[in-house]
Design a protein around this ligand. Sequence first.
Ligand code: DC
Length: 226
Amino acid sequence: MSPSSSVPVLTIDGPSGSGKGTISRRVAETLGWRLLDSGALYRAVGYAAGAEGLDLSDAEAITRCAEETRIRFQAATDGSDTHVLVNGHDATDELRTETAGAAASAIASIPSVRQALVDMQLAFRKAPGLVADGRDMGTVIFPDAPFKVFLTASAAERAQRRYKQLKEKGLGVTLATLQREIEARDARDASRTVAPLKPAADAVFIDTTGMGIDDVVAKVLAVVRS
Ligand code: DC
């Protein structure tokens, strides 16, 4: 048993737009635990691969890129979102785009790319605890986590939420296109052979359709405090 396995982990898995990012951040803040945004790692690798002009289906090249890309999270000093530095470049805004999400989803289906990111994710497990946000946190990366949640919501509602977020950031996209992209990404994430998007057998399933953020946060905290 590694020393870190005594550190509690709350895994929050689910499809894009299920509210995982916001909920994970709020829950981590409330508990005073660290936060792992694993999607940002896949987005960072996709971004770095794009910057190098690599073919996203070239497994060997993308795996090398995943092994070599330096990814650093930097807490903002002004209360805004954490910044993500990719090979020293602040790529926070680029990583949020739908293009970055689609690239992340594409490279995330390559088993050796997932393997290259395992140790980096395990290293986040430090006292007093960790909230791990992703697709395979409860199934593959932290299967021994004492607390597991799977968040979902209808595709229509998830598209609405993403639409609102992107609009607020001034990024132009239509709702119909977004819903199509979300459904395509879900299908790819759920059907890949390695670490597909699926709830861990011991996860608490929460359908957030029609729920406000505060209610979801309360439900997730209840899982940890129960
Ligand atoms: O959570 P997100 O939207 O930032 O994730 C972007 C993509 O990365 C997602 O479509 C699938 C992939 N991903 C993954 O395969 N495993 C994770 N643990 C997190 C993200």
